[in-house]
Design a protein around this ligand. Structure first.
Ligand code: ACO
Length: 485
C-alpha cells in the first residue's frame, strides 16, 4: 500500500506530484483539521478526483489523549490507518496543524514513523532548518523548494513501541490462547486481567477462591466477566496433579505427602495446568523470585528436544526499533556451548516476533582487540554457532559500539556483516545482561518486555516484582504468541 505523510499541505505537492502515482487517493487525518479538509474537498472537485477521507481524532481532544495515554494514542492511529486504507488506494496522511509547521514538527515526525509513511514537505521558508531537523530524526524524506524534481520515497521500516505492541496484540488475537495467572491476590494482575479480557486478547484462568477474587475485583471496580477461576486448594484436578508430580519427581526425592502439599502451591498448580494442556501458558512472578517462579517448570515441563538450557530474552522497545537482549534471566555463568545455544535460540525468538536477527556476541573486545578468559569463552561460543548454524548472521566477540554503530564498525570490524547492524545482543553472562537491560530500561525511554523464557517445551514466563499492569499485559501477550507455535 503506497502512502505519503504530508507535513505541510500544498496543492502542487499533492495533486501534481503524489497523485501521479495512483488515481485513487484517500486522505487520512490523524487529527482532523476542518479548514484543510474543506480545501482538499474543493481541490478534489477541481482535479476531478473523488474526495475520500477518514480521521482518528477531532479538535483538541487529541492533546489530552497524547499526553495521558501516548501509547494508546499512537496505537489507535496505527489501527485506524491499517483498517481504513483500501489497499488499492494511495493514502495521503495530512500532518497535524495546530501550532504551525515548526510547532507540530516533532509530533508529525513521530506520526510519519508510526505509520511508516515517508514524509514530504514543500517549503521555501525554513528550508535549511527543516532539512537539518528532519535529517536528525528520519532515514529519508522529500523536502521540496519551488519546482524541483520530484521522486516518490520508499516506505520506512521503523518498529516504534506502539507498532510493536500493535503487531503483538494483532498476532495474539488471531489465535486466542488460554493463559493462567496464579497471583490473583495482586491488584495489578486483576487490572491486567480486565484489560486482556475486554480487548479479547486471550482467555484467562485465575487461581484462588472465587468469592475472595470477585469481591476484591469488585472493591477496585474491576470487571472479571469471562475469566475462569480455579481453586488449587480443592480443584477437580488435584488428585491428577499429585500423581503427576509424584511420578515425575520421585527419583529426586518427591513423596506423596510433599506432592499433595506442593500441588496446592499456586506456582506448581499453574505449571501443572500448562503441563497437562489445560492452559497454554503461565505468567507469574509478580510476588515471587525468578528462581521460585521457574523452578517448577524446569522440573516438570523441561526443555524442548535439542535444547539443554532455558534462558530469558528481553525485547527492548526503543523509540523506533526493537532490540533483543539475552540471557538476562536464567543462566548465571554460561559455558561456550550454552552461550552458543542462547545465541541460536534468541535469534529464533527474534524471528518469531517479527525481527530478522543479526546476532552480536558481546564482549569488551572486538575481534582480536582484547584478551582474557571471558573473551575466550565468547570466541569459542562464536566458533560453535558458526560451525553448527552456518546459515545465520552472527559475529563476535564484539563491543556494543561496534555492534550497533556503522561508523565504529567500519574501523573496528570492517569485514563483519553483523557489525554496525546488530539487533540481537548476547551478553557474556547473567551479570552483564541483567545490569545492562535495566540500565537501558531506566535511562533510554525503553520499554523492556520480558523476560520471555525460551527453550521450555511450553511457555512459562516470569514477571518482575516491580512490574506494572502494562508489563503484565505485554508478558501475557508474548506468552500467548509463544504458545501459538
Ligand atoms: N535450563 C534447563 N533446566 C535447568 C536450568 C536451565 N537453565 N537450570 C536448572 N535446570 C534444571 C536442573 O537440571 C534441575 O532439573 P532436575 O531437578 O530435574 O534435575 C532443575 O532445573 C532444578 O535445578 P537446580 O539447579 O536445583 O535449580 P535451582 O533452582 O537451584 O536453579 C535457576 C535454577 C533458578 C534457574 C538458577 O539458575 C537461578 O537462580 N538463576 C538466576 C535467576 C535470577 O535470579 N535471575 C535474575 C533476575 S530475573 C530479572 O531480573 C528479570
Amino acid at each position: 500500500m503506497l502512502s505519503a505523510f504530508i507535513l505541510n499541505y500544498d496543492e502542487k505537492l499533492i495533486f501534481d506530484h503524489i497523485k501521479q502515482a495512483n488515481d485513487k487517493i484517500i486522505f487520512y487525518f490523524p487529527v482532523l483539521n476542518e479548514t484543510i479538509k474543506s480545501n482538499l474537498e474543493k481541490l478534489c472537485l477541481k482535479y476531478c478526483v473523488e474526495f475520500k477521507y477518514f480521521y482518528s481524532f477531532k479538535g483538541e481532544e487529541y492533546q489530552l489523549q497524547m499526553i495521558n495515554h501516548s501509547n494508546d494514542f499512537f496505537k489507535k492511529i496505527i489501527e485506524d490507518f491499517e483498517v481504513n486504507c483500501p489497499h488499492d488506494y494511495f493514502s495521503i496522511i495530512i500532518g497535524v496543524d495546530h501550532y504551525g509547521l515548526m510547532g507540530d514538527l516533532n509530533l508529525n515526525i513521530m506520526l510519519a514513523k508510526e505509520l511508516n509513511s515517508p514524509l514530504y514537505a514543500k517549503t521555501n521558508d525554513n528550508y535549511d532548518i527543516l532539512n537539518f531537523l528532519l535529517k536528525k530524526k528520519l532515514d529519508h524524506f522529500v523536502l521540496l523548494k519551488n519546482e524541483e524534481n520530484f521522486t516518490l520515497a520508499k516506505p520506512y521500516a521503523y518498529k516504534t513501541q506502539a507498532r510493536f505492541s500493535h503487531e503483538l496484540f494483532k498476532k495474539a488475537k488471531s489465535n486466542k490462547q488460554t493463559i493462567v495467572l496464579p497471583e490473583s491476590f495482586d491488584e495489578r494482575i486483576l487490572r491486567a486481567s480486565e484489560f486482556l479480557m475486554q480487548n479479547d486478547l486471550v482467555d484467562l484462568i485465575l487461581l484462588g477462591d472465587s468469592n475472595e477474587i470477585l469481591s476484591k475485583a469488585n472493591s477496585i471496580n474491576v470487571n472479571l466477566d469471562g475469566v475462569r477461576i480455579i481453586n488449587p486448594k480443592n480443584s477437580q484436578y488435584n488428585e491428577e496433579f499429585e500423581d503427576i508430580l509424584y511420578e515425575t519427581r520421585k527419583a529426586k526425592g518427591m513423596t506423596k505427602e510433599k506432592a499433595k502439599e506442593l500441588v496446592q502451591d499456586i506456582t506448581y498448580f499453574g505449571t501443572l495446568l500448562v503441563h497437562t494442556n489445560k492452559a497454554h501458558a503461565m505468567v507469574s512472578g509478580a510476588s515471587t523470585t525468578t528462581a521460585d517462579t521457574i523452578r517448577p517448570a524446569l522440573q516438570l515441563i523441561k526443555t524442548k528436544d535439542g535444547v539443554s538450557s532455558v534462558s530469558g530474552v528481553f525485547f527492548m522497545s526503543l523509540e523506533d526499533q526493537v532490540f533483543v537482549f539475552a540471557d538476562c534471566a536464567v543462566v548465571p555463568n554460561p559455558t561456550p556451548e550454552q552461550l552458543a545455544e542462547i545465541a541460536y535460540i534468541s535469534a529464533n525468538s527474534a524471528r518469531s516476533f517479527g525481527i530478522e536477527p543479526s546476532v552480536a556476541l558481546l564482549s569488551y573486545s572486538s575481534g582480536n582487540s582484547g584478551s582474557g578468559i571471558s573473551v575466550d569463552v565468547v570466541k569459542e561460543a562464536v566458533k560453535i554457532v558458526k560451525d553448527k548454524y552456518p546459515q545465520f548472521l552472527v559475529d563476535g566477540p564484539i563491543q556494543f559500539d561496534a555492534a550497533i554503530d556503522p561508523l565504529t564498525a567500519k574501523s573496528k570490524m570492517p569485514n563483519s556483516k553483523v557489525a554496525g547492524h546488530a539487533n540481537v545482543f548476547i551478553f557474556p553472562d547473567l551479570n552483564a545482561a541483567n545490569i545492562c537491560y535495566k540500565a537501558v530500561q531506566r535511562t533510554a525511554k525503553s520499554l523492556a518486555i520480558g523476560p520471555i523464557l525460551q527453550g521450555l517445551k511450553k511457555p512459562i514466563n516470569d514477571l518482575s516484582r516491580g512490574c506494572l499492569v502494562e508489563d503484565i499485559i505485554n508478558t501475557v501477550v508474548l506468552s500467548a504468541i509463544q504458545a501459538q507455535e
